[in-house]
Write a protein that binds this ligand. Structure first.
Ligand code: PLP
Length: 444
């Protein structure tokens, strides 16, 4: 007999509901890895289907006019659940909403939103928060497209920006924050940690303390948003360290299979509702199929990230002892770093804010572009491609690829030298990867 029906004494089949999803058992709150299998999805709403179907529809039918009005009221905030408040697929959809419920769980966020790309998430966040004359204070460097968006796109609309280096001290952060506050309305503080491509960590706790002190007398304090793409949600959870909003390129570790492009934003209900209103207006939500793929990805997120992190630790420990290698810029080494100077500060941030070094790192080879190219061309398992966080290992040459158009001076300042290779380690066998790197190093 199928699970969903039950014959009564008269032989008439009656529908019964599947067991409801639970988030706690006997006072124990279930862990994210457990909740990723079912949280936010009610099979009873989908013919008992174990997995949510992909809801390929552009619009949703209202049972009557009054319900239609009520549904529209739901568009402005989190819907009550069920079919209530499903209106039109530019605003919301079942797949996206299940995804959002699960995304928020990893960092204990009140609410979350899914987007069509990391950049559309960031652009929607900015558009919802800033107006002409406002200032964005940000850490630097940022992912190149984010820098372009702030300086060249928002700059055209009269929005100003001031930045401090990712590894800045509290005093340096205070100085920039005070200058920004003296110059007018600071709408948003935007961080990226670790910074792409330098891997420098931002001291989120120091930024939050600085914001609270500098804006103590203001009616409202600018929210702190942070791009957590490289270490989140497993190795860094900035909401716990003073950030208000977390931003993701879900294309990377969350998607994890290099087969989709998407973005996410997490935060308080209030902040998320402001951003949701902008997303509803401009339509930067991700499509249902991508949301479905992300739900599948989230089920294995902890497994994939743990394995990739272990692999990276093993590979980096091996790489740094090789004669062809000048230096390995791997965050995990900070746990054994000195306590002095800028590196000591980075080690201190790492110990306070990170639970792992991730699986994306910089490999500086002895030599220049020719040596880097020979190494890259000899790789057999690692694929030559930009991006990161997938199941497969990727390698690229930032100076000749992602940062080709960046001025030489800026490249030097960012440490983007010709001998730099960026590597994102996947979930393959670590010893196979070491064999691949050994072979490629020998080919230099
Ligand atoms: N933020 C960081 C740190 C990134 O590395 C990227 C892309 O590489 C993005 C944002 C943009 O994400 P997407 O490519 O999904 O738009």
């Amino acid at each position: 007999m199928p699970d969903q029906t039950e014959a009564d004494m008269t032989g008439v089949e009656q529908r019964i509901s599947p067991k409801p999803e639970v988030d706690a058992i006997g006072g124990r709150t279930l862990k994210p890895a457990t909740l990723m299998m079912g949280h936010g999805y009610d099979p009873a709403l989908s013919e008992g289907s174990l997995k949510p179907p992909v809801f390929l529809t552009s619009t949703f039918v209202f049972p009557n006019a009054a319900a239609g009005k009520r549904h529209f009221e739901g568009v402005t905030g989190k819907r009550p659940g069920g079919a209530e408040g499903l209106v039109y697929s530019r605003f919301n959809g079942p797949n996206q909403e299940i995804l959002e419920d699960r995304l928020g769980i990893w960092e204990g966020a009140e609410d979350a939103l899914a987007f069509s790309s990391g950049m559309s998430a960031i652009a929607t966040l900015f558009l919802s928060m800033v107006k002409p004359g406002d200032t964005i204070v940000h850490s630097g460097p940022l992912y190149a497209a984010t820098e372009t968006l702030i300086a060249r796109v928002l700059g055209k609309f009269g929005i100003n920006w001031l930045d401090f280096p990712a590894g800045a001290t509290r005093e340096e952060i205070d100085a920039v924050m005070q200058k920004a506050a003296a110059g007018g309305n600071v709408a948003l503080i935007y961080l990226e940690s670790p910074a792409n491509p330098t891997n420098a960590l931002v001291d989120v706790e120091a930024v939050a303390a600085s914001r609270n002190a500098v804006f103590a007398d203001h009616a409202s304090k600018p929210p702190i948003a942070i791009d957590n793409t490289f270490l989140g949600p497993l190795w860094s959870q900035p909401l716990k360290h003073g950030a208000d909003i977390v931003v993701y390129s879900l294309t990377k570790y969350a998607g994890g299979h290099s087969d989709l492009v998407a973005g996410g934003v997490l935060g308080s209900k209030e902040q998320i509702n402001t951003i949701r209103a902008m997303r509803n207006t401009i339509g930067t939500i991700c499509d249902p199929n991508t949301a479905w793929m992300l739900l599948r990805s989230l089920e294995t997120l902890e497994l994939r990230m743990s394995r990739a992190g272990e692999n990276a630790a093993k590979v980096c420990a091996w790489l740094r002892d090789q004669p062809q290698v000048e230096r390995v810029g791997y965050l995990g080494f900070l746990s054994e770093g000195s306590t002095e100077g800028p590196e000591g500060r980075q080690a201190d941030i790492y110990r306070r804010n990170c639970t792992g070094g991730g699986s994306t790192f910089s490999l500086y080879l002895k030599g220049g572009e020719a040596e880097a190219f020979r190494f890259l061309d000899a790789l057999k398992i690692a694929k030559l491609a930009v991006s990161l966080g997938g199941t497969e290992t990727l390698a690229s040459h930032p100076a000749g690829m992602t940062h080709l158009s960046v001025a030489d001076e800026r490249k030097q300042a960012l440490g983007i030298t010709d001998n730099l290779v960026r590597i994102s380690i996947g979930v393959e066998d670590a010893d196979d990867l070491i064999a691949d790197f050994a072979n490629a190093l020998a080919a230099i």
